[in-house]
Design a protein around this ligand. Structure first.
Ligand SMILES: Nc1ncnc2c1ncn2[C@@H]1O[C@H](COP(=O)(O)OP(=O)(O)OP(=O)(O)O)[C@@H](O)[C@H]1O
Ligand SMILES: [Mg+2]
Length: 294
């Protein structure tokens, strides 16, 4: 068996390097500073000394083993949990509670089942005291952007999982947040729908001025979508590494098999699975039957 030699994931082609140089000259959108979060003092901190910044219009993913605190981190950014110590600033303002400049999309479908697609998307706009006519016009614009024009009067129960998440994205974007916070938004979708949703999200992100923080379990998804990936290790959730994805934009599915993509994925695998010996699958003794059929 011959294996291909992969480049160093830190090597960047001139266009990727230039893109990162430009990205780092943009204004800082969010600063997370020495963040600590403990739920149960006996277990110790879930998040420990987490510090990083993201830039305007950056696509940042957070990845790490199950239970390492990814959802906790994004919920703290959303203002849905209280911070023990440290701080989070978005556009220079300290996060204390949820705010309209931060939209959130969860893994579970969170649409109101008794409202139509249009009414779901209008919901946040009406809460901002927009007139009904204005909210409807704005909602239809976002429904169009996520490609659901033909479903504006449908109820959530009439939609597939992917469609529901597109409505959830439209609903979050309609109020024009500066940041979109997404916690495994495609986690419940089948592989094909998931791939389509990733492409949709990249298209939407290209067309509007928004910074995205995206939590995922999926290494391919993180590499495919992100500018940078924040890798957390578990127990406690500390930053293991922040990886600059060495892949040019615009992204396309063909890039999944490029040496840079594979090198980045290999690095993520090494970081995430390095303490997993205890979870290794036990070797089951080979039976006579296996010997016969092999
Ligand atoms: N409200 C809470 N009260 C007590 N413990 C909590 C609470 N929320 C999370 N935890 C604990 O904090 C740890 C991190 O949880 P979190 O949901 O942030 O992990 P995660 O990285 O998102 O995991 P997964 O990949 O499975 O979604 C877990 O041990 C969890 O049990
Ligand atoms: Mg989670």
């Amino acid at each position: 068996m011959s294996l291909i030699t992969l480049p160093n994931y830190k090597e960047q082609s001139p266009d990727v390097k230039e893109r990162f140089d430009r990205l780092k000259k943009r204004s800082v959108k969010m600063t997370v500073n020495e963040l600590y979060k403990t739920f149960d003092t006996k277990k110790g901190p879930i998040l420990k000394n987490v510090s990083f910044s993201t830039y305007k219009r950056e696509f940042t993913s957070v990845i790490g083993p199950s239970g390492c605190g990814k959802s906790t981190l994004i919920r703290l950014v959303a203002g849905l949990e209280s911070i023990d110590s440290g701080s989070i600033n978005v556009s220079g303002t300290e996060v204390k509670k949820p705010g309209i400049e931060r939209g959130m999309v969860f893994q579970e479908y969170t649409l109101f089942p008794w409202l139509t697609v249009t009414e779901n998307v209008m919901y946040g706009l009406l809460r901002q005291n927009r007139s009904k006519a204005e909210a409807k016009k704005e909602a239809l614009k976002w429904i169009n952007l996520v490609g659901l024009d033909n479903y504006q009067d449908a109820y959530p129960s009439q939609l597939s999982g992917g469609m529901k998440q597109r409505v959830a994205i439209a609903r979050s974007l309609a109020t024009q947040p500066e940041m979109l916070l997404m916690d495994e938004p495609f986690g419940a979708l089948d592989a094909q729908t998931r791939a389509r949703m990733q492409a949709y999200l990249l298209q939407i992100w290209r067309n509007i001025d928004i910074s995205i923080m995206f939590v995922t379990h999926d290494l391919d998804e993180a590499v495919y979508l992100s500018d940078r990936i924040i890798v957390l290790k578990g127990n406690p959730g500390e930053i293991a590494e922040i990886i600059e994805v060495p892949i040019s934009r615009p992204r396309s599915p063909e890039q999944f098999l490029t040496p840079e993509f594979l090198a980045t994925k290999k690095r993520l695998e090494a970081l995430i699975h390095r303490n997993k010996e205890e979870e290794a699958v036990p070797v089951i003794p080979t039976t006579d039957l296996v010997n016969e059929i092999m």
